[in-house]
Structures are given as structure tokens and as C-alpha cells.
Design a protein around this ligand. Structure first.
Ligand SMILES: Nc1ncnc2c1ncn2[C@@H]1O[C@H](COP(=O)(O)OP(=O)(O)OP(=O)(O)O)[C@@H](O)[C@H]1O
Ligand SMILES: [Mg+2]
Length: 257
């Protein structure tokens, strides 16, 4: 979305209007003809539209090509739309671009919708262990991750403490070691990283349960923490279903011991 908006901005040096819309889209015959891989299922349609200079018909077919740019050296790499295209492809979606020179450009992204009702049965079998009344310490320097995870865990009844780096987490754990059931630990953080924090945690309470969660595929620090005894690893991004499953798994190991 940022890539598309930056393109729209660049196309409107004198100002103009960018609009971003979302809607549900039911594929019609024309769409299915145009996109043979499309399924007859609802798509979520994201439209980014601008009132900028538009795109010359001649270059329109090359617009998604990597390194295709009309911008001066240093201004554009020509990777913006290629990235958009790649991301949309990875989600089994479709991307179209329509433009009228002098009037503006419309980019449409179709992403397959998720049928929530169809997803429900998998969600509903209640886990053998309830997460309600568990106290979980979230350690992550990314406020968005913390906010989402906290929100989710509180919605299933957990009590949640949060820390924005390893140092804050160690202090907090020192003060609350008897009531914290599990720590969800990021690895790459400022001030004190997850690996160093983990060493403090196990000194304070050797049997503390720790779920390591990072955006990086198993790096050395993550391996080290797991070798030192952390109970689980979950790579970001994860779904709330994933995190529930991992937490339940780790905490039931706990009660079995
Ligand atoms: N909304 C738009 N209006 C007019 N022209 C556009 C628009 N979006 C893309 N283009 C044209 O398509 C070309 C390729 O776009 P793309 O985003 O791939 O690369 P870029 O914007 O040139 O560079 P980068 O995104 O890597 O900084 C642009 O150079 C521009 O000519
Ligand atoms: Mg761009």
C-alpha cells in the first residue's frame, strides 16, 4: 500500500487526490476469463486510485517489470510495483492497473477472501488446558506486536505483563517470578537482547517456561536460547491460532511434569 501511495504521490507533483478503498468482490465471467487461475470465490478488492499524470499506453505493459522506472537516477529503482506484484502473487491474488494519461491511475489488488464460518470448526474444540488466569509476560520492542498479542491474550482470559526490552523484562520477572507462567520472548531487542535476558530468567527461576518468537529464521541467538532450554519457538508472523496452540502445548508440558 505504501509503494502504491508513493507512486501516486510521485504522479501528482502539483497535488491531487489519492483514494484507498476496500470492498468484497464476487468474480464475474469477465474476471474469470481474464484471470484463468481465479476461483469462483469471494475476493477482497483493494483499490488505490490517484488523479495524477497517468501512464502512457506504450509503457503500461512493462510497469510491473523489475527495474522498470521512468524516474530519474536516484529517485526510483523500479522495484515498487514488482514487489507489489510478487506479494500479491504469493497470496494467490491478482493485480491490475488501468490508467488514463492526464487523468489518473487505478491499481486494483484482488486477494482471496477467507470464509470465516468455514474456519470456525477448527477453532472451536476447546484446548485441553484453559489459558484463562495464566499470567504471561510479553517481551518485544515492537509496540504493534505487543499491543496485538496483549489484546488477544487478554481476550482469552490471560493476565498480561509487557516489557519493551530484555532489561525491563528481567526487572519485571524478578518482581513477579511467582505469578508468571510463561514468557513470550523476542530475540533482537535494544538495551538487552532476548538471549541475555533468558540467562537471567533461568537464574531467577530455572523452570520458567519460555516461548521464543522472532521475525528471523532460526539465527544463532535463537538456537542458543533453545539449547539453553527454552520450550518453544514460533516464527513471526504467526496467527493467533498458532500462538494459542504453542502456549497451550508448553503450559500443558508444565503441568505434566
Ligand atoms: N500511480 C502511478 N501514476 C503514474 N505512473 C506510475 C504510477 N505507478 C507507477 N507508475 C510508473 O511505473 C513505473 C514503475 O513503478 P515502480 O513503483 O515499479 O518503480 P518506481 O516508482 O519508478 O521506483 P521505486 O518504486 O522502486 O522507488 C514508475 O517509474 C512510473 O513511471
Ligand atoms: Mg514506486
Amino acid at each position: 500500500i505504501i509503494n502504491l501511495c508513493v507512486n501516486a504521490r510521485d504522479a501528482m507533483p502539483e497535488g491531487g487526490e489519492i483514494s484507498i478503498r476496500t470492498e468484497l468482490f464476487a468474480p464475474d465471467q469477465a474476471f474469470l476469463d481474464q484471470h484463468p487461475d481465479a476461483k469462483q470465490k469471494p475476493y477482497v478488492l483493494l483499490t488505490v486510485e490517484d488523479t495524477g499524470c497517468g501512464i502512457n499506453e506504450k509503457i503500461l505493459p512493462r510497469i510491473f517489470d523489475p527495474f522498470f522506472t521512468t524516474k530519474e537516477v536516484g529517485k526510483g529503482t523500479g522495484l515498487g510495483l514488482a514487489m507489489v506484484y510478487g506479494i500479491v502473487q504469493n497470496h494467490e491474488g491478482f493485480c491490475t492497473i488501468a490508467s488514463t494519461p492526464g487523468r489518473g491511475t487505478t491499481v486494483k489488488i484482488y486477494l482471496p477472501g477467507i470464509d470465516r464460518d468455514a474456519e470456525k470448526p477448527a477453532d472451536s474444540p476447546s484446548p485441553s488446558l484453559s489459558l484463562a488466569d495464566k499470567t504471561i509476560l510479553i517481551v518485544d520492542d515492537e509496540p504493534m506486536v505487543v499491543a496485538m498479542l496483549k489484546n488477544h491474550l487478554e481476550s482469552v482470559g490471560c493476565k498480561v505483563l509487557t516489557a519493551e526490552n530484555g532489561k525491563v523484562a528481567v526487572d519485571m520477572f524478578q518482581d513477579n517470578k511467582d505469578r508468571i507462567d510463561l514468557i513470550i520472548l523476542d530475540i533482537n531487542m535494544p538495551v538487552m537482547c532476548g538471549r541475555d535476558a533468558y540467562q537471567h530468567f533461568i537464574r531467577i527461576k530455572p523452570d520458567i517456561r519460555v516461548l521464543v518468537s522472532t521475525g528471523y529464521i532460526m539465527n544463532e541467538d535463537t538456537m542458543e536460547v533453545l539449547n539453553m532450554g527454552a520450550q518453544g519457538f514460533l516464527q513471526k508472523p504467526y496467527t493467533m491460532k498458532d500462538i494459542n496452540a504453542r502456549i497451550t502445548e508448553i503450559l500443558s508440558q508444565d503441568s505434566a511434569n
